[in-house]
Design a protein around this ligand. Structure first.
Ligand code: N01
Length: 540
């Protein structure tokens, strides 16, 4: 296949945007159908999230034996995870292994960001442009551009005047950062901040944490992989993966809860939460009772349990109070998993600043100024999150020739059918887009399920001689309504989270993930496929 910048426009069956876990599997799967696929990746290597997020302490919050591809039994049997939860470098090593093992690199163009994708309704083909000057043509586009791939640095006045160095968790320098002897400020206490803070505290002379919203965090209880556990898991790997398809979050082995938190005695509840706290992990904790994410009174029991834990760990009562989340029910923002997070605030070289009470006014040449005080800092780390779920797609000029861009179409919030397609944008698929359960599940399982659905659909279209598919606008509208109805039956909308775009000033507040559960979603997709792709319009 001809390379970029050739005189003739290179033609592909499919262009895939992104070589993270989603893009790599899409390449493998679609190539397996005999399709000619080109992947464009902005980074210089594979891995997506795990390529970019190299901050100290970066680690997955889903156990390694689960957070891995299931499509190759040889791969899952042979690969050895050294720890219960993979850290960034282990996961990146795994992703690189997958790229080599399945010979994926030859179809990936690195250091290339897709900037435009324009659909021509006459030829039913996309013309895709990149920041390297490539212009290629493809019948289909698969957007595997990630849900948390557009890092966001708040627009603090004075940022350009700061004489020290600043970093974002999602754009971490490949060579790492040596904070030893430095006065470091970390802004943000989501999953990224909670993971990096204990590490930076150990290295820096002094760490000041600027917290706007306290988050709930549970102990991960990471440990070296238990060989016995690995053996028994691998002995029934395929069965476990199949069982995972019947769960709400795509992970088997957690018995569904049977009782409301309000149906048991205080003593029984406490014992259950204590056991989950000791075991580590967020899923088992939130799965203690049937109603922790749907009934505020039930949720209060779990939220208060964790607040008590914070008070028991953090010695200074005022710091413990600032760290205690009060503005959202536990689990309605992504629940953090940590190793020694709350304990870090007992260190003499760590200070917590409540920037909800005293907001950051500006960055200065020597640090940062809040409403009440100035802080001298050598380095500032923004753990301030991402323009989640829609950011990466909105940055690309995606349009049907002569029509509105996707960003314009989504100006009031994203609308998709199943998180897989957008009405009016034919032949463009999303991997775990808004409206999909992806971010609320074991992500790789969702990636595989979405991609398998798309691959089966393309195979079927080829067999029937069809060249164009798009979401029916009314099916899309019904799906968007359904996503909202399901969310409204839960406590999720009570939190100012990235799930609703609340972290981006001016972003329309729309609940984006589907929280009806992975198994429900998959069943719906299977029915739709069996029903001749109901809700999609297919044409020659
Ligand atoms: O980002 P976040 P993240 N002034 O948006 C604060 C996944 N992930 O990178 O809550 C002061 O959660 C903001 O405050 P507030 C995971 O899905 C997974 O940590 O908006 N503070 C918040 O505290 C996760 O949910 C893993 O009031 C400001 C923080 O910055 C998602 O990625 C690890 C501010 C941002 O938190 C994103 O996590 C890491 C301002 N102007 C990430 N603007 C694991 O697998 C923002 N903040 C474990």
């Amino acid at each position: 296949m001809s390379q970029s910048k050739s005189e003739h426009t290179a033609r592909f069956d499919v262009v895939v945007v992104g070589a993270g876990l989603g893009g790599l599997y899409a390449l493998h799967r679609l190539r397996g159908l005999g399709m000619d696929v080109r992947v464009f990746e902005a980074g210089s290597g594979v891995g997506g999230t795990w390529f970019w997020n190299r901050y100290p302490g970066a680690r997955c919050d889903v156990e390694s034996l689960e957070y891995s591809y299931s499509f190759s039994d040889d791969l899952q049997q042979e690969w050895q995870w050294p720890e219960r939860y993979g850290n960034q470098s282990e996961i990146l090593r795994y992703v690189n292994h997958v790229a080599d093992r399945f010979d994926l690199r030859r179809d990936i163009q690195f250091n290339t960001r897709v900037t435009s994708a324009v659909f021509d309704p006459d030829s039913n083909r996309w013309t895709v442009g990149t920041d390297q000057g490539d212009v290629v043509s493809a019948q289909f586009c698969v957007m595997a551009s990630g849900n948390l791939s557009t890092p966001r640095v708040p627009e603090f006045p004075g940022i350009e005047s700061f004489a020290g160095k600043w970093y974002h968790s999602g754009l971490w320098p490949t060579e790492g950062v040596d904070f030893s002897g430095q006065r470091v400020g970390v802004i943000g206490t989501g999953s990224s901040g909670v993971q990096m803070i204990p590490h930076i505290a150990r290295d820096a002379a002094h760490l000041t944490v600027f917290q706007r919203t306290a988050n709930f965090s549970l102990p991960a209880r990471n440990a070296p992989m238990d060989p016995q556990r690995e053996r028994s898991h691998k002995a029934e790997y395929s069965a476990r993966r199949r069982a995972a398809l019947d769960t709400p979050f795509g992970i088997a082995g957690f018995p569904p809860p049977t009782h409301s938190a309000l149906d048991v005695s205080e003593a029984e509840r406490r014992a259950a939460y204590e056991a989950k706290w000791a075991e580590g992990g967020s899923i088992s904790f939130l799965y203690s009772y049937t109603d922790l994410l749907v009934n505020k009174a039930a949720n209060d029991t779990a939220s208060e349990f964790v607040r008590e834990k914070i008070r028991s760990i953090v010695r200074d009562p005022q710091t413990a109070e600032i760290l205690s989340p009060r503005d959202h029910p536990i689990g309605t923002k992504r629940l953090c998993l940590d190793t020694g997070y709350y304990e870090t605030y007992n260190r003499p070289n760590v200070t917590l600043v409540d920037v909800r009470r005293s907001p950051i006014i500006e960055l200065t040449p020597t640090g940062l100024r809040t409403q009440d005080a100035s802080y001298e800092l050598d380095s500032i780390v923004f753990a301030t999150g991402f323009d989640a779920m829609t950011g990466a797609l909105r940055e690309i000029d995606i349009r049907v020739a002569g029509g509105d861009t996707l960003a314009e179409r989504w100006s009031g919030g994203p609308q998709t059918y199943l998180g897989l397609m957008v009405a009016g944008f034919p032949n463009m698929f999303l991997i775990t887009g808004p409206g999909s359960p992806g971010v609320k599940t074991q992500m790789i399982l969702s990636i595989e399920q979405h991609t398998d659905f798309i691959a089966a659909c393309l195979k079927d279209m080829r067999k029937r001689g069809l060249s164009r598919i798009e979401a029916d606008p009314s099916a899309e509208m019904r799906w968007v309504e359904h996503v909202n109805e399901v969310a409204d039956r839960t406590l999720y909308p009570l939190a100012n989270s990235w799930y609703v775009g609340a972290n981006i000033p001016g972003k329309p507040r729309v609940f984006m993930p589907y929280v009806g559960g992975f198994s429900t979603y998959k069943k719906r997709c299977d029915e739709i496929a069996a029903n001749n792709y109901e809700g999609f319009v297919l044409n020659e």
